[in-house]
Write a protein that binds this ligand. Structure first.
Ligand SMILES: *Cc1c(COP(=O)(O)O)cnc(C)c1O
Length: 466
C-alpha cells in the first residue's frame, strides 16, 4: 500500500502552525510523544484500508488525534459529574460537595505556607489537632474533640485506645455493613477489642447489656445503623439508657453516629435523625461521625468526647497513621465556621439541598424544562419532555426510609435506547448522571448545582445530535 509513504514524519508535523500553541501550553516532550503515538495509530488504520489516502488527509487525521490525545493526557481521571439522581449524599459521587467558605479557606492554605503545626504565639512547634477542636467544642458542647482521616478511622482509634485486648459489648442488631464496605464487626476485630454480642438481630434490651458486663468489659458500644432500618417487631437500646448503665457501672459508652448532623432538619420533615448536639447532651463518653456526610464537609472522622479519653487517643501511636492533612483541616474549619457564624442553609450545599423549599425546586424544574424544551424541540430523538414530581433521597447512610418530595424533568426518547443516551451522558465532560423511571430518563433538580441546568441542555444536545 503506497499510502504509507505519504505519512508525514514527526518533524513535518512539528513544523505545523497548530502545534506551536500546544508546546507553549504543555511541554515539548508530551507533544512529540503524542505525535509519535498518533502516527502509529494512523499507520495501523491504513493497514486495514483498501483505498488510497492523500497526504493532506493523513496530516489532518494525525493533527486531530494529537489534539484529542493531549487533552486526554492532561485532564486526569477525576471528572466533574452533574448529579441528576436526587440522592444528596451519593457515596460514589464523592459524597458532600464543599461550600464556598470551605473551598476558599482550603485554597488559601493549599497554595501558601501555614501554621499547621506551629504555635505562632510562642514561636515553637504546635499540634495540628489544636485547630478544629475549639470550634467543635463550641458547636457541640463536647469536652474535647479530635479529627482523623474518616469515620472508620475514628471508630478504630476509639476502640483500640479504649478496649484493646478487652471486651466491648455491642448489640447484634448493629453488627451491620455500612456504605463503603465499612463492617462494624470487622473494624471492631481490627482494633484488637473482643466483641461481645448481645441480643438478637431484631431485638436488644438494656438488660442484655447489663447481663453481659464482666470485669473484662472496657466499653459499651452503639452504632447508629442509619443506612438500614428494621421496621416492625424490633427494639434497640436507646443511647440514653446505655449512658445510664455506663454511669452506674463505671464503663464508658461509645457511639458511632455515622452521619453526624449539626443542623436541625425537623422543619423540613427530616426529624428522625438525632443531631450531634443531642447525642453529646446524653452524656455519651465518645461520639464519632463522618465529615462528608450530613455535616457537608470534607472526608474526615470527627471524634467528640470526654477530655481524658480524647487525651488518650491523642497519645496513641496509631493516630500518626490516621492523621488528617492541612487541606482537610482547612475545609473542615471553613465548614464549621459556616455553621457557627454563617448561614448553613445557603453556605453548606448539602444543607441547602435538603432545606430547599418545594416552591424553589418547582421553579428550578420549570427553568430546566424551559431550557430543554426550547433547545431540544428540533431534536428528532426527543419524544416528550415533562415536569414531574419526584422522590429524592438523603443517601450516605442516613434517613434510609425517607423519600423527600421534589421536582424533576422526565424525558422520553424515540429512535434511540434510553440506556444508550444514559451511557453517552456518563461519558461527556462533565458527566451527567440521571435516574431511570421505566422507559423514561429522570433528572431531579434538587441535587443540581449552580450552572448545571444550562450545561444539561448542552450535553443532551451534544449526545443526541451524534
Ligand atoms: C458511613 C458510616 C461509617 C463509615 O464512615 P467513613 O467516614 O466513610 O469512614 C461508619 N459508621 C457508620 C454508622 C456510618 O454511617
Amino acid at each position: 500500500m503506497n499510502s504509507f509513504r505519504k505519512i508525514p514524519s514527526v518533524d513535518e508535523i512539528l513544523r505545523q502552525r497548530q502545534i506551536e500553541p500546544l508546546i507553549e501550553l504543555y511541554n515539548r516532550r508530551l507533544v512529540v510523544e503524542t505525535i509519535r503515538k498518533a502516527i502509529d495509530e494512523v499507520r495501523k488504520e491504513l493497514s486495514t484500508m483498501a483505498e488510497e489516502v492523500e497526504k493532506d488527509q493523513l496530516l489532518g487525521r494525525i493533527m486531530e488525534k494529537v489534539r484529542k490525545m493531549v487533552s486526554q493526557a492532561t485532564s486526569g481521571t477525576l471528572r466533574k459529574v452533574i448529579n441528576g439522581t436526587g440522592v444528596v449524599l451519593h457515596t460514589n459521587l464523592g459524597r458532600a460537595p464543599l461550600g464556598q467558605r470551605a473551598m476558599q479557606y482550603m485554597n488559601d492554605m493549599a497554595v501558601n505556607y501555614n501554621n499547621l503545626e506551629m504555635n505562632l504565639e510562642k514561636g515553637e512547634r504546635g499540634s495540628r489537632y489544636w485547630h478544629v477542636e475549639e470550634l467543635l467544642i463550641q458547636l457541640t458542647g463536647a469536652e474535647a474533640a479530635l479529627i482523623v482521616n474518616n469515620n472508620a478511622a475514628a471508630v478504630l482509634l476509639g476502640l483500640t485506645t479504649m478496649a484493646k485486648d478487652r471486651e466491648v459489648i455491642v448489640s447484634r442488631g448493629q453488627l451491620v455493613e455500612i456504605g463503603g464496605g465499612f463492617r462494624v464487626p470487622e473494624v471492631m476485630k481490627l482494633s484488637g477489642a473482643k466483641l461481645v454480642e448481645v441480643g438478637t438481630t431484631n431485638r436488644t434490651y438494656i438488660a442484655d447489656f447489663s447481663k453481659a458486663i464482666t470485669a473484662e468489659t472496657a466499653l459499651l458500644f452503639s452504632a447508629h445503623t442509619s443506612n438500614y432500618k428494621i421496621v416492625g417487631f424490633s427494639e434497640e437500646v436507646k443511647l440514653e439508657d446505655l449512658v445510664k448503665l455506663g454511669k452506674e457501672t463505671g464503663i464508658p459508652v461509645m457511639q458511632d453516629l455515622g452521619s453526624g448532623i449539626l443542623y436541625k432538619l425537623e422543619e423540613w420533615g427530616l426529624e428522625e435523625e438525632p443531631t450531634v448536639q443531642e447525642c453529646v447532651a446524653t452524656g455519651a463518653d465518645i461520639i464519632t461521625f463522618s465529615g462528608d456526610k450530613l455535616l457537608g464537609g470534607p472526608q474526615a472522622g470527627l471524634i467528640l468526647g470526654k477530655k481524658e479519653y480524647i487525651q488518650k487517643m491523642k497519645k496513641n501511636q496509631i493516630l500518626r497513621a490516621l492523621r488528617v492533612d492541612k487541606l482537610t483541616i482547612a475545609a473542615l474549619e471553613g465548614t464549621l465556621i459556616e455553621y457557627l457564624a454563617g448561614k448553613p442553609e445557603q453556605g453548606i450545599p448539602v444543607i441547602h439541598m435538603l432545606t430547599c423549599s418545594r416552591d424553589k425546586l418547582k421553579g428550578k424544574a420549570e427553568r430546566l424544562y424551559n431550557l430543554l424544551s426550547t433547545r431540544m424541540s428540533f431534536l428528532k430523538k426527543i419524544d416528550d419532555v415533562v415536569k414531574v414530581e419526584v422522590e429524592d433521597m438523603v443517601g450516605g447512610g442516613a434517613y434510609p426510609t425517607y423519600k423527600i418530595p421534589g421536582y424533576g424533568i422526565e424525558i422520553k426518547f424515540k429512535g434511540i435506547q434510553l440506556e444508550t443516551v444514559a451511557k453517552r451522558l456518563r461519558l461527556t465532560n462533565p458527566a451527567l448522571l440521571t435516574r431511570r423511571q421505566e422507559d423514561k430518563m429522570l433528572i431531579s433538580v434538587r441535587t443540581l448545582l449552580q450552572g448545571d441546568e444550562e450545561k444539561i441542555a448542552d450535553l443532551l444536545v451534544q449526545v443526541l445530535e451524534k
